[in-house]
Design a protein around this ligand. Structure first.
Ligand code: ATR
Length: 282
């Protein structure tokens, strides 16, 4: 049976094995998918050992996405354009004589917004909050949908300017604007929180008026209860969505890269949602 893993440290919490098991069952693909804990100092060795044992591909999660990028960026290997733009790799596919590094996080976000939430991005005013790795991964897939404009707002303006430079390198004709949170003037059609503020139950200091009842407020994070950003967005009357669908969609895109078959994401997302809601907040 073909072997796949998700490599991270820590990794015990990963939902990827259950998502890929559901995809495999649904599409009748014969494969096994497991968690693989890599020691912090030996990611590449862990990949090579798994590959030598016959592994076909791997997902890569925290803290190894930059190391996976460096590995795929070696001359003998191959990096997809969206992984090059993201500067990070979350999916490895092992070919006979080389490996391919891809990044499916951004396309997963876009698929969840457009296909699952039913919100188009073409011609819309889109605001991305944050300028770290999560934001960078989203930029090219968002621009490919040809929004009217893409704003990047960050606490540290220079990092938003760096992201704009990367965006313009990969998508020269796109309109990308940068701002601090205070400088923002809305409303926006879609606002995506790619800051890590939600991890500390915090929210960027957003000015009022950036959301209306027609705005989709999207948090890349998910939890059993709404993040601070989604609580604020709810108070301001926006349509709210967390990142659980993005998790499922990025997995579906990796599955497609490996197997050439596109699984249905809706039933898997429904199951995960039910499981998440069953978690009682402490
Ligand atoms: P990730 O890989 O999750 O994107 P990261 O690369 O460390 O993590 O980036 C974290 C992002 O969240 C940054 O944009 C950071 O802002 P700065 O660049 O100014 O540091 C942002 N961030 C983190 N905590 C925040 C908070 N409490 N309020 C606003 N922005 C925050």
């Amino acid at each position: 049976m073909d072997q796949y893993v998700v490599i991270g440290n820590p990794i015990a919490h990963s939902k990827s094995p259950s998502i890929h098991a559901a995809f495999a069952e649904q599409t009748r693909q014969q494969l096994a998918y497991q968690r693989l804990m890599a020691p912090l100092e030996s990611f590449v060795q862990t990949v090579e050992t798994f590959r030598a044992s016959g592994g076909k591909g791997a997902n890569v999660t925290v803290p190894f996405k930059l190391e996976a990028y460096a590995l795929a960026n070696q001359p003998a290997n191959q990096l997809t354009p969206r992984a090059a733009a993201a500067g990070a790799v979350n999916t490895l596919k092992f070919e006979v004589d080389h490996l391919i590094g891809d990044n499916t996080d951004g396309i997963g976000l876009v698929a969840d917004i457009m296909n699952n939430a039913g919100v188009p991005l073409c011609g819309k005013r889109v605001l991305l909050l944050g300028a770290g790795g999560a934001a960078r991964g989203a930029i090219l897939p968002l621009l490919e949908q040809q929004p009217a404009s893409l704003w990047i707002a960050n606490r540290t303006l220079s990092k938003a300017q760096d992201l704009r430079a990367i965006a313009q390198q990969f998508s020269p004709s796109s309109v990308v604007e940068v701002a601090t949170f205070e400088q923002l003037s809305g409303p926006f059609d879609v606002i995506i929180n790619a800051t890590s503020a939600s991890l500390s139950d915090d929210v960027p200091p957003l000015p009022t008026g950036i959301m209306t009842s027609a705005t989709l407020a999207y948090d890349m994070m998910y939890a059993a209860t709404p993040t601070a950003f989604l609580r604020l967005a709810h108070e301001w009357g926006a349509v709210c969505r967390d990142g659980l669908g993005m998790l499922v969609e990025q997995a579906a895109e990796a599955f497609y890269l490996w197997r050439g078959v596109r699984p249905q994401t809706e039933p898997v997302l429904r199951t995960l949602r039910t499981e998440l809601q069953a978690i009682k907040p402490v």
